[in-house]
Ligand binder design. Structure first.
Ligand code: ZN
Length: 212
């Protein structure tokens, strides 16, 4: 079972949101490594779209990696930001009309909301996110919390907080794609669902390089 984890943003070239001396790129990577480490320990084949800082602000390569390795599942890990420090909460995105994506996003959102570390902002669809548009396996993008919120940041920047978030992602993965034993029917993705159509992997899209 092959899981592709996508730590959002790149590093110094494109750090994502920044607040209080923290960069989203670094937090995303830390959470992804926590989740990937736990999954690998369980016997999953884990592939990261990046394992450190990289010199690109492109997004398409992340989907290309996932597609080329024929990942069974793709999870993009991000932290949110807002002009107002009052905004906080967790939310998860899927590609519109992707039943598998909707189910995956719903499971991730449910697990993270159940941790009660922040507000449940719900599951949302978005057709402009390249990593969701171009991947041809169940895919979701989770915004684990707001880096600009003191409340969320207290969780996002700590090893313990990152571990809890990672454990929720691992729990969803293990329930959706168990290596052994019975599948929990409440999580069961309909594998008969055809993959969403990919017209052109490298097509120019007006929002192709949008930064979350
Ligand atoms: Zn982001």
């Amino acid at each position: 079972m092959r899981i592709c984890l996508d730590p959002g943003h790149s590093g110094p070239v494109e750090p994502g949101a920044c607040a209080a001396g923290f960069t989203e790129a670094a937090l995303n990577l830390a959470i992804a490594f926590q989740a990937g480490g736990q999954l690998a320990a369980k016997g999953y084949d884990v592939i990261y779209t990046r394992s450190g800082d990289i010199d690109t602000d492109g997004l398409e390569f992340r989907a290309v990696i996932a597609n080329e390795i024929k990942a069974d599942l793709f999870i993009s890990i991000h932290c949110n930001a807002a002009a107002s420090a009052e905004a906080y909460g967790v939310e998860t995105y899927h590609y519109p009309n992707s039943a598998e994506g909707r189910r995956l996003a719903g499971c991730i959102q449910r697990e993270l909301a159940a941790l009660n570390y922040t507000r449940d902002r719900g599951v949302k669809e978005n057709g402009n996110l390249a990593v969701l548009r171009l991947t041809d396996m169940p895919a979701a993008l989770v915004e684990c919390g707001f880096i600009t919120s003191e409340h969320d940041r207290a969780v996002l920047v700590t090893d313990e907080g990152q571990q809890r978030i990672a454990q929720a992602i691992v729990s969803v993965t293990r329930n959706l794609f168990p290596l052994t034993g019975e599948t929990d029917k409440s999580y069961n993705i309909n594998r008969q669902q055809p993959p969403k159509k990919i017209n052109s992997l490298f097509q120019k899209h007006p929002f192709g390089n949008i930064s979350l």
